[in-house]
Design a protein around this ligand. Structure first.
Ligand SMILES: [Zn+2]
Length: 156
């Protein structure tokens, strides 16, 4: 299938679609932006709209991008979870789950930090090492995702 100009990086986020998370044979077009300014997409197979944040940390946690960016900043400052709880007003269990999600979406989070927020690679490393210190019992999936983006030995 010929690709339209400007390759579309996303895959369908509808679990009931035959092309859910499938790159091969997908048929997705851009369709405007939503109220928050995120690119909106349309899957021509299942006729469903979704936005670029679907399937990501931002989408699942119902936190604004500003709130997530505040948490990234606090992690770079090596804040502990209780400190983050006081500053953000979110319960520490919620913050723990956010950190877990961040680890699972590590690649996407890093792209956002560097491209949109102007973080340096060194600051990103600070963020991940703080995350690991804060969250000792990351899931296997989260650990595997972190290993993909963190240089050096596996985090202990
Ligand atoms: Zn679809």
């Amino acid at each position: 299938m010929a690709r339209p100009r400007g390759a579309i990086e996303v895959t369908c986020t509808n679990p009931r679609c035959g092309y859910f998370n499938r790159e091969m044979g997908k048929n997705i077009i851009r369709r405007g932006k939503n109220g928050a300014g995120h690119q909106r997409y349309f899957c021509l197979w299942c006729r469903t709209y979704f936005v670029e944040t679907s399937g990501t940390v931002l989408y699942h946690r119902h936190l604004s991008e500003d709130e997530m960016d505040q948490i990234y900043g606090l992690l770079v400052e090596k804040r502990g979870i209780r400190s983050m709880e006081r500053i953000t007003g979110h319960h520490r269990d919620t913050i723990g789950r956010i950190l877990e999600d961040m680890a699972e979406h590590a690649k996407m989070v890093i792209d956002h930090l560097i491209n949109d927020l102007g973080f340096t690679p060194v600051e990103c490393d600070e963020l991940w090492s703080t995350l690991i210190k804060n969250r000792k019992r990351l899931s296997t999936k989260a650990r595997l995702e972190l290993r993909k983006v963190m240089p050096g030995p596996e985090p202990a």
